[in-house]
Design a protein around this ligand. Structure first.
Ligand code: LLP
Length: 428
């Protein structure tokens, strides 16, 4: 369900459909800038529409925590019966703390350690999505040591081009994720030797910000064909996890996301013969468009041939433009009728890559004006750092005309916590 598109001057502004400039301005006075704001309503709507299109199917939605791991967002997921897809013990702790039951948690990732596997078994996570034979044997070993049985799915690398940015493509044979169908076949053939691992699931996740149904179709068909083959060979397959990857509109009129109803139809058709549990791991689709990053212009710098709009948010707050050349809407909230100017919108960090946009045309701004960066609800705060010793920004949740601070701005003391001058020297 794409968000409505609003207009600011001549510019289409999707992000404004969830936020009123006046309320962001009022919050900015309270919490200072930069800060992330998330719309509870927008997240609820996404969750509800995903649940709606899959109604009647045995589906578990396991939110990809990495997209936005704020406890308040996770609590919102818990309240709406959404589970979690985690890749670290930190994400597990957050999920449990926010009220997501362990039985609704899937554990993905290529680098699970023995300690992580042990802690996940102790917590009772639903399932491990296993990415290598070494990991499979480690899970068997750790489960045996603790006298537990681990449920496991093999992550298939279906060798499908997701037609997205190379850095967020995961389903090609050259990517580090998952194993080939040939290798997975061997795992199942030898699965009787796994006394403490119940290998009865399949998993595939081919990439992120996918705007086209075809890569999903190809990947899911390969997974389903393999599932049938396995069942034919006498293996019970209880769950199939179809990953995340659904793209969103960062650039109105340019990004054309997959219609969620079409996606659900594809899943229903492809898995019509499957009687087990389907798992989904959406991250971005649930939260990206529900969030904005609000920043204040520090100054306009007139370069020899460019106009730089220097804002108080930077690449440490929102890394996507620097890392992936990602396009985010940038909307001045001053509301004045100003002529359009082409700005390079940059942050204060000492890197040329600390650039949110090049030559972006928008109504003229001046020092002190607030601006909003759209599509910042996913992979925004969760990828933040304190680079250049900039404390992590505040995060607020909006609901029905009210807001709550769900992460207060980090203090300088908190930023330095844990560091110390050498107090004791130990022999190596
Ligand atoms: N499941 C697995 C196993 C994943 O690796 C991911 C994302 C997801 C689910 C969720 O994918 P989504 O529904 O959000 O597309 N930092 C990048 C995105 C990296 C995605 C990594 N894996 C960005 O800002 O675009």
């Amino acid at each position: 369900m794409p968000s409505a598109v609003f207009f600011s001057g001549t510019v289409q502004v999707a992000a404004l459909s969830n936020f009123l400039p006046g309320e962001l301005d009022a919050i900015a006075r309270q919490v200072q800038t930069p800060f992330y704001a998330y719309s509870t309503q927008a997240i609820r709507e996404r969750v509800a529409s995903l649940q709606h299109v899959f109604r009647g199917l045995d589906v578990r939605i396991c939110y990809a925590v990495k997209a936005n791991s704020n406890l308040a967002i996770l609590q919102l997921m818990a309240l709406h019966d959404v589970g979690a897809d985690i890749v670290s013990l930190g994400e597990m702790q957050r999920s449990l703390k926010a009220g997501i039951p362990a039985g609704r948690i899937v554990f993905s990732g290529v680098g699970k350690t023995a300690d992580e596997i042990d802690a996940a078994l102790a917590a009772g996570v639903w399932r491990f999505n296993v990415e290598s034979v070494d990991e499979l044997h480690l899970i068997q070993h750790v489960a045996q040591e603790r006298g537990a049985s681990a449920r496991a799915a093999v992550r298939i690398n279906p060798d499908v081009d997701a037609r997205t940015h190379a850095k967020i493509s995961t389903g090609k044979a050259e990517n580090k994720f998952g194993v080939s169908i040939d290798e997975a076949r061997r795992w199942f053939a030898a699965s009787a030797s796994l006394s403490h691992v119940q290998l009865d699931g399949l998993h595939a996740h081919i990439g992120s910000q996918i705007l086209d149904l075809e890569p999903f179709r190809m990947a899911l068909q390969r997974v389903e064909a393999f599932r049938r083959e396995l069942v034919g060979a006498g293996h019970a397959i209880a769950s199939v996890d179809i990953g995340g990857g659904l793209g969103v509109t960062y650039r109105p009129g340019v990004d054309k996301p997959v219609d969620i109803a079409d996606y659900a139809s594809l899943v229903r058709e492809t898995f019509a013969g499957f009687k087990g549990t389907l798992a989904l791991e959406p991250g971005r689709w649930l939260v990206a468009e529900a969030g904005v990053l609000v920043t204040r212009a520090i100054r306009v710098k007139h370069g020899s041939d460019r106009q730089f709009l220097v804002v108080d948010a930077a690449m440490n707050d929102l890394l996507r433009p620097s890392l992936y050349d990602a396009w985010h809407e940038i909307v001045p909230l001053h509301g004045r009728d100003e002529p359009d100017v082409a700005y390079d919108v940059v942050g204060p960090v000492c890197e040329t890559g600390d650039t949110f946009a090049l030559g972006r045309v928008m109504p003229r701004c001046e020092a002190g004006d607030l601006l909003m960066l759209g599509g910042a609800g996913a992979y925004g705060a969760s990828m933040g750092s304190t680079y250049n010793s900039r404390p992590l920004p505040a995060e607020v949740l909006l609901d029905d005309g009210r807001y709550a601070v769900v992460r207060r701005r980090q203090t300088l003391a908190e930023m330095m916590a844990g560091e110390q001058f050498p107090q004791a020297w130990h022999e190596t």
